[in-house]
Design a binder for this molecule. Sequence first.
Ligand code: PLP
Length: 394
Amino acid sequence: SNQPSNRIKNMSTSATLAMAAKARELRNEGKDIIGLSLGEPDFNIPDFIKEAAKQAIDDNYSSYTPVDGYADLKIAISNKFKRDNDIDYSLKQIVVSTGAKQSLFNVAMVVLNPGDEVILPAPYWVSYSDIVKLAEGVPVEVPTSIETDFKMTPEQLEATITPKTKMLWFSSPCNPSGSVYGREELEALAAVLKKHPDIIVVSDEIYEHINFKGGGHVSIAGIAGMYDRTVTVNGVSKAFAMTGWRIGYIGAPEWIAKGCTKLQGQVTSGANAIAQRATIAALEAPKSKIQYMIDKFHQRRDLVLDLLRKIDGFNVNVPEGAFYVFPDVSAFFGRTLNGTQINNASDFSLYLLEHANVATVTGEAFGNPNCIRISYAASEAELKEAIARIAKVL
Ligand code: PLP
């Protein structure tokens, strides 16, 4: 009695949200905590998007929305896919949801039967494995390390596929590693998948625009042979600093889009009306309107890398996108710092919180026990101060 279901008991709590809650608690106790744990841009929403939302309120966009999204928003999404990704999705292949998180959940529920395996190159975004488990799928982690820039090789993919493999999920640019798969790397993965035509790929491209790599973003759906079996996931949270507005979307094979709409129709109905109207303005704008944020992230990445490299024991690669660095801190394992024994990344992250008053996230939450994730979606002053404090307690 008074017990939640096994489904809920067996779930893990989102580690990033848990860390944010812990940081908030310490702040309430009067501690000066610098929060580098959340995956959230620290910019305000651009004014032109706010104006579109205000206009939508005045225009009385207040009724239930179509379950799969307003038709004119879906047109804007279809145009965006053509313009930025060179992929053609008809309106029947597009579903708008309450954040990309819901998009991902929908897809898992629509594609997976109990026991189906889902390959997750690790580190992966914190929610993937719990979403897969909720859909009664089996997450199969493929560990990668800093030596391969945290990317899965075609050989690893090949070796992980079994007759039960149903899907492959990955993000590029990657949360938490910041790694970006280039065209040739995606083509090499696609060559393996060609031999296994029933595997569906989920390509999470929510950090698409926050990409500093020459050559820019490549969508795997645009690679020969992949279109009919790829779900392209995207949203406005990261590129437009609209995390709280909760709009995500997919372009997908029609049968998957149809299933997502059916599911959503029984769970949440259509996404928020005002946020959908604002999203039209966001997606129709030229990239130049958000370039200032991308430039800022780029500068901060360089700053953070520069400062972290000066700390003995931090092994850092060069993340080419998103707004995270994912240093390997395993050199500290087995040491005792200020009386605290550090045995793993969780100990290390907790040590930084308690001794340096800096909130990070343990890599264990992302399937990599050697690393911690540091978000650089914070001001330069905060980043400098945070890293100075970290250096001091190490
Ligand atoms: N996918 C990745 C890789 C993310 O980092 C996030 C947010 O942290 C999401 C999806 C979910 O985004 P949304 O805010 O649209 O639900």
